[in-house]
Design a protein around this ligand. Sequence first.
Ligand SMILES: Nc1ncnc2c1ncn2[C@@H]1O[C@H](COP(=O)(O)OP(=O)(O)OP(=O)(O)O)[C@@H](O)[C@H]1O
Ligand SMILES: [Mg+2]
Length: 291
Amino acid sequence: MPVGRRRNWWCEPVRGGYKWWYQSLKNAGALPVLPGIEGVAHFIAVASGKGGVGKTTVAVNLAVALAQRGRRVGLLDADVYGPSIPVMLGLRARPIASGGMLVPPECFGLKAMSIGFLIEEDQPVIWRGPMVSKALMELMGKVAWGALDCLVVDLPPGTGDPSITVARCLPKASIIIVTTPQPVAIADVRKAVFMFRRLGTPILGIVENMAWFCCTHSDERIPIFGSGGGEALSREFEIPLLASLPIDLALRESGDLGEPLTASQPEAPASQAFARLAERVAKGLHLAPAE
Ligand SMILES: Nc1ncnc2c1ncn2[C@@H]1O[C@H](COP(=O)(O)OP(=O)(O)OP(=O)(O)O)[C@@H](O)[C@H]1O
Ligand SMILES: [Mg+2]
């Protein structure tokens, strides 16, 4: 997938391929009209160059933690090929249509939307890039998100169409980068950082996930995926390290059960870590104080 080779070049999916645009990032020209998100004050896209590092887990629990603090929050699953939000929220509701817009189902104090709500459970999405971008724009523009303090967007891994579409359509978005500490993850994550920088999308901070593990018999921290990767990334790109999260059995179980840990066990250590992350994110974005 081609990405702009130098600053101010945009690549847009069009019918049958891609089109290159030269645009000033300060004056980015006509953006697609997306009525569904007109009432959204802030967008937080959770991204990583690497798969399986915990983006969805972070997106879901961060969204719930922000909602628990009185914010009006939406959660958009932008992982069109592998939507995990329906499983992690335990939600299989088919959204209803009203006035030409889809009404997002609500749970755990959030409004949520995923392509997984619209297709059969085992049905694969077999689409080329332009279709993915179009579907994403519909999930943003034709969903009645209403007035929200923030919309958390769960991105798929990599630097492909969904990330570019989100960066292009949501110029006000801020990125949270999720990584594990190990070099094989950091190598891919660096590419995502470079991409968002090139697209001019600000990066709010890094979340280092699966940073250590403590077995039930000891407090000794075992660095299963290595250590220090998140901090090194933070230093290299001068991006704040917002949180370092351990491998947590309850967090994994809650994801599989469809009950986010922050909702089912708000006092659990991992939930407390998400609460601190939510505070830092709210501060970083200057989110209006909760009413
Ligand atoms: N801190 C953690 N402790 C224990 N398990 C975790 C943790 N973070 C994520 N997991 C588990 O790891 C798996 C992958 O997490 P998740 O789906 O959030 O990653 P992802 O980056 O969104 O993956 P993908 O790239 O496929 O979208 C899930 O089973 C999740 O429950
Ligand atoms: Mg995911």
